[in-house]
Design a protein around this ligand. Structure first.
Ligand code: NAX
Ligand code: K
Length: 451
């Protein structure tokens, strides 16, 4: 962000010009929300505060009643210019009032815990019943990591200025931001290290397709039948032409359209038409499970590893494997355990996911309320999914969708991105209070959103 701003300024656009674009763009949203009602703007000492003075001046000129609270005067050069252009009154020690409060205390320049008069002001904001807008990021949030560094009110709207920051997509910060919108200020952002995933386009099967060409997915069963069956239910609705369950025992609960192959695993895996594999849900963690996992990996096919497979996986099992074809779908606990196995010391989910990919070369889809996908040098983030997804078995459904997409085209990064969007859309359609079976069945109507 700083580099993009510097480049724009080197190109002849002043920081004051950028701040006016940011403040005026944000003010349009504030006015829409306020609809003529009184507004309070909280201004910090840096350029985030500068944005606040621009917003306040736009509102004042438009005839709004505006109160500005600034615990200390503007110190940053451009923020001082903005302060000088504000024609209204500024109080140092006020209480938020009015229907809308705009938080411009700190943006990406936050460096430490928010305390003292700033902390008290955020506490007052938290307790005050009004529409709350965060400018760029909520002021007690570290914009790189999503870490919370002080009192964090629940905002109704967060207006990112110029570009998204990582913190907009990371927990715990993301949960407090309300709706998120981007205000363009004309920066040329070309980050290769981070991207926000955009809605994918999923192609229907070509007109000459048949079941094998559309992808044969083999889901490997294990000790517990429930989890792989959920993955099957989702996978059958996510595009693969043929879904088989490879099991060594009968599955009377299996749907009629599912082929259960009861051969021993080595024989079942010898079918060269298999285009992708899923192993882990319900696998178990004993010696038999480990052997089954090793057999799957030895096939060197595009494979999704989830649940128990993530606990069994270790460097030795990857010896003769093509790691570029493997997708891991860990939740936070599984990610932590993988990091221990692969000797990775990292503090946050984001750092762990990146390091696991960097060290092993595998595609890592770190799932949860914030989803992080690392498959190459670019880390991908996603809009937040439904909180109703917080129920048992939704991970098995996700793994089934990733595997189904992988069977269709064999590309791990693309399969993971499509799967996250399908999973979120299925959850949206199935909400509220769905069972995981409802979620798996909603993958079918969810597909319509991406065709
Ligand atoms: N640089 C630019 O070209 C633009 C910057 N913009 C705005 O500027 C923001 C970044 O501005 P700054 O880099 O000035 O940083 P901030 O305004 O986020 O904050 C930095 C100031 O706050 C102080 N500070 C940091 N943490 C503190 C804490 N916990 N308690 C008390 N004081 C603390 C710092 O010493 C510094 O004075 C962005 O988030 C955005 O809102 C926009 O105006 C668009 C253009
Ligand atoms: K802010």
């Amino acid at each position: 962000m700083r580099a993009a701003e510097r480049a724009t300024m080197d190109g002849g656009t002043s920081e004051w010009e950028l701040m006016q674009r940011a403040g005026q763009g944000a003010a349009q949203w504030v006015m829409r929300v306020a609809g003529g009602r009184p507004v309070t703007v909280l201004c910090g000492p840096g350029n985030n505060g500068g944005d606040g003075y621009v917003i306040a001046e736009v509102l004042r000129r438009d005839g709004h009643e505006v109160q500005v609270i600034a615990p200390i005067e503007a110190t940053a050069k451009t923020a001082r210019i903005a302060r000088a252009h504000f024609g209204g009154e500024v109080v140092a020690d006020g209480t938020p009032r009015g229907a809308v409060v705009v938080d411009c205390l700190f943006g990406y320049g936050l460096t430490r815990q928010v305390e003292g008069s700033f902390g008290k002001l955020l506490e007052k904001l938290d307790a005050y019943d009004c529409y709350k807008i965060a400018i760029d990021v909520p002021s007690a949030v570290d914009s790189d990591t999503g870490t919370v560094l002080g009192p964090l009110p629940r905002y109704d709207l967060t207006l990112a200025l110029g570009a998204w920051k990582q913190g907009h997509f990371l927990m715990p910060a993301m949960a407090s931001m309300g709706a998120k919108r981007l205000v363009s200020i004309g920066l040329d952002i070309r980050s290769t290290s981070f991207a926000v995933s955009t809605s994918p386009h999923i192609a229907p099967p070509p007109s000459d397709a048949h079941k094998y060409r559309r992808g044969l997915l083999a889901i490997v069963a294990g000790a517990m039948p429930g989890a792989p069956m959920l993955a099957v239910e989702a996978a059958m609705r996510a595009g693969a032409g043929y879904v088989k369950l490879l099991s060594e025992r009968p599955h009377p609960e299996a749907p009629a359209e599912l082929v259960v192959e009861q051969d021993d695993l080595a024989a079942a895996l010898s079918d060269e038409r298999i285009s992708a594999l899923l192993v882990g849900p319900g696998l178990g963690r004993d010696d038999t499970a480990r052997k089954r996992l090793a057999r799957v990996l030895a096939k060197r096919k595009p494979t999704v590893l989830d649940a128990d497979a993530l606990h069994l996986l270790g460097p030795r099992l990857l010896d003769s494997v093509d790691v570029a074809t493997l997708c891991l779908t860990p939740h936070e606990g599984e990610l932590a355990s993988l990091c221990e196995t692969f000797d990775i010391a990292a503090e946050s989910k984001l750092e762990r996911a990146r390091a696991l990919h960097d060290i092993t070369g595998m595609t890592v889809l770190a799932k949860g309320p914030d989803t992080i996908l690392v498959s190459d040098a670019t880390t991908r983030f996603f809009p937040q999914g439904s909180s109703w997804l917080s129920t048992a078995g939704t991970g098995d459904v996700l793994a089934g969708i990733v595997a189904s997409r992988l069977a269709v085209h064999g590309e791990p990064l693309r399969a993971c991105e499509e799967a996250v969007w399908l999973h979120h859309e299925a959850a949206r359609l199935a909400s509220p209070a769905f069972s995981v079976g409802d979620l798996a069945r909603s993958v079918k109507p969810a597909m319509a959103a991406f065709l």
